[in-house]
Design a protein around this ligand. Structure first.
Ligand SMILES: [Zn+2]
Length: 94
């Protein structure tokens, strides 16, 4: 699901589908394998055709780079997505 022209080594990125907490639909998310999304890499991803956008985190009370649902635009919390990444031992590369 990552664009071919993305200036990031795909090996550095994990992608999978998560169930949106808001609308319940499956939506793609992306996460840096060895990093956090709310970093300059999020800025890069947001400039390309990815689920990443600048969003407001109610938890952190500031704007962050985060995944948004492709169906309802809800922010998929970084804390939750990061934990999914860390606990998903059988992450399927999409
Ligand atoms: Zn949704």
């Amino acid at each position: 699901m990552l664009p071919d022209d993305l200036p990031v080594d795909p090996v550095q990125l994990l992608t999978w589908h998560t169930e949106c907490w808001q609308c319940g639909e499956d939506t793609p998310v992306v996460w840096p394998r060895h990093d956090h999304l709310d970093t300059p890499i999020g800025d890069v991803l947001a400039n390309y055709d990815t689920p990443v956008e600048r969003v407001y985190s109610n938890t952190l009370e500031k704007e962050v780079w985060g995944n948004v649902c492709q169906h309802c635009d809800s922010y998929q919390g970084n804390h939750y997505i990061r934990r999914q990444n860390l606990t998903a031992h059988s992450v399927v590369r999409l």
